[in-house]
Design a protein around this ligand. Structure first.
Ligand SMILES: Nc1nc2c(ncn2[C@@H]2O[C@H](COP(=O)(O)OP(=O)(O)OP(=O)(O)O)[C@@H](O)[C@H]2O)c(=O)[nH]1
Ligand SMILES: [Mg+2]
Length: 469
């Protein structure tokens, strides 16, 4: 057998052993009772398997993308009255023949239908296996497939937007195009190696440098967008800190619009930290109400709370320092804010209880915001400030945003290899060494779209999906 045939044979064997030729089935709708439940079946045997249960029409004679009502029967047992939707390869989500069965939404009925499909030759799908097949059949690249999971998990307008843009091609397409251009140069440089004795240059170094700059610019923009991507995907943590009785818990309640935390005029009311989430214009903020900061408390438990608050200052994305306008001198405020900013420079200073102001408000040293947590005044301005500090203004711009840490890590590697290529060109390094740097860059570019990957890695990525997707 010629080597190429052996390779094809081995590849096919491998696919067969790892189950890629199986026809897979799963319940695609979430567990529990619903109006309808949808099952999916995909693979070469999808039509014959469903045909054995659905006798009223010849399914393979029906046009693609059509719906058919009928009974699903196993022998004389009627499983359910269903609607089947037919998709023929390659024009389906997975790129294979696929049928979706909409049945009544009882978990029992859905399980019966799934069992019948499996008895008739389908295999239970693994998490993400439908999307993994879509990837292997080149319906989506890897970054696009991953955004399918992000889209399913999205819980705000901003995260839905970012996932949708990436799913529809987003940056992986741009990177794939740049990769193609780089491959061309790489092969020219490798060609030079074959003619090394003649000292020829097939790859125009000037054009090559321009391409490297172009890739670098794109990659840097994407790297920068990750900060916002993280905000969109994971939200922003805000530690509300201040002295006992400053009104921290009152502010938390006001921002949440509900009485979540206990408020009292006894200093030291909040003992432990309380966390709640609010959505400001599409971004999620995790508000953390802490125990008041004071240096020496007699109460051991309260002291533990205070230690925790200090830790929260370090960990939080934003520190909101709240003080009582009537209980603070300008000097003391300066001293406290400076010590907080040593731990975390992303702070917003908020003067509270302005409804009770006697005397003057502190001169505006830290562009602080004046509010009354109790009377709910100044709160909109505070929300706007938090939104701005989180970079929220860039959310709705049409820019593509990197939200996935796997992509971020690969982009960092690309950036490093671009620097290596640059210095190799600048130092007139020999072609074979330059080739190594280029291959490194190509490798990481390919990792994002999934052109370069190994199977374990793929299995890991898709295992984080839900079953049925
Ligand atoms: N007048 C006025 N009183 C307020 C305002 N905000 C809070 N208070 C009062 O201040 C007292 C303390 O409020 P809390 O919200 O419990 O203060 P805290 O900072 O959480 O206090 P600890 O949990 O003890 O650290 C309560 O009596 C609140 O009603 C405000 O804007 N104006
Ligand atoms: Mg409190």
């Amino acid at each position: 057998m010629p080597t190429s045939n052996i390779a094809t044979y081995l590849c096919e064997m491998h696919h067969r052993l790892s189950g890629w030729n199986d026809t897979i089935a799963a319940i695609a709708t979430p567990p529990g009772i619903g109006a309808i439940g949808v099952l999916r079946i995909s693979g070469d045997q999808a039509f014959p398997i469903v045909q054995r249960l659905f006798s009223s029409k010849k399914l393979n004679e029906q046009a693609a993308n059509t719906l058919h009502v009928g009974y699903l029967k196993e022998g004389e047992d009627i499983l359910d009255e269903v609607v089947v939707s037919l998709f023929k390869k390659p024009a389906s989500y997975t790129g294979e023949d696929t049928i979706e069965i909409s049945c009544h939404g009882s978990p029992y009925v859905q399980q019966q239908v799934l069992d019948a499909l499996i008895r008739n030759g389908a295999r239970m799908a693994k998490p993400g296996e439908f999307t993994q097949r879509a990837f292997l059949n080149k319906k989506l690249d890897l970054a696009q497939a991953e955004s399918v999971a992000d889209l399913i998990a999205s819980n705000t307008k901003a995260s839905q937007n970012a996932a949708m843009k990436n799913m529809r091609g987003g940056f992986s397409k741009v990177l794939a195009e740049l990769r193609e251009e780089l491959i061309k140069f790489s092969s020219l440089i490798e060609l030079e190696l074959d003619f090394s004795e003649e000292d020829v240059e097939f790859a125009d170094r000037e054009k090559f440098s321009l391409l490297i700059d172009k890739i670098d610019k794109t990659v840097n923009k994407l790297l920068e967008s990750f900060k916002l991507g993280n905000v969109i995907k994971n939200g922003v943590s805000v530690a509300i800190v201040g002295k006992p009785n400053a009104g921290k818990s009152t502010l938390l309640n006001t921002l949440l619009n509900e009485n979540r935390a206990i408020v009292s005029d006894i200093a030291g009311t909040t003992r432990d930290t309380i966390e709640e989430v609010i959505n400001i214009d599409g971004i999620l903020f995790r508000l953390i109400d802490t125990a008041g900061i004071r240096e020496h408390s007699q109460d051991v438990i309260e002291n533990m709370g205070v230690v925790k608050s200090k830790q929260k200052i370090k960990e939080a994305d934003i520190v909101l320092y709240l003080y009582d306008v009537n209980e603070m001198t300008a000097d003391e405020l300066r001293e406290i804010v400076e010590s907080i900013q040593q731990e975390n420079s992303n702070t917003v200073i908020v003067a509270n209880k302005t409804d009770m102001l006697n005397g003057e408000i502190q001169p505006d040293i830290f562009s602080s915001i004046a509010i009354s947590a109790k009377e709910k005044s100044g709160v909109d301005e505070l929300k706007k400030r938090l939104f701005r500090m989180a970079g929220g203004e860039d959310v709705n711009v049409e820019n593509i945003v990197v939200t996935n840490s796997r992509h971020y890590a690969a982009l960092q590697e690309i950036s490093k290899s671009l620097n290596d290529i640059r210095s190799a060109i600048a130092n007139n390094i020999s072609g074979d060494l330059l080739s190594i740097d280029i291959n490194c860059c190509l490798h990481f570019l390919g990792e994002i779209s999934g052109e370069v990957t190994n199977e374990d890695r793929l299995d890991y990525i898709f295992s984080k999906f839900c079953i049925g997707k």
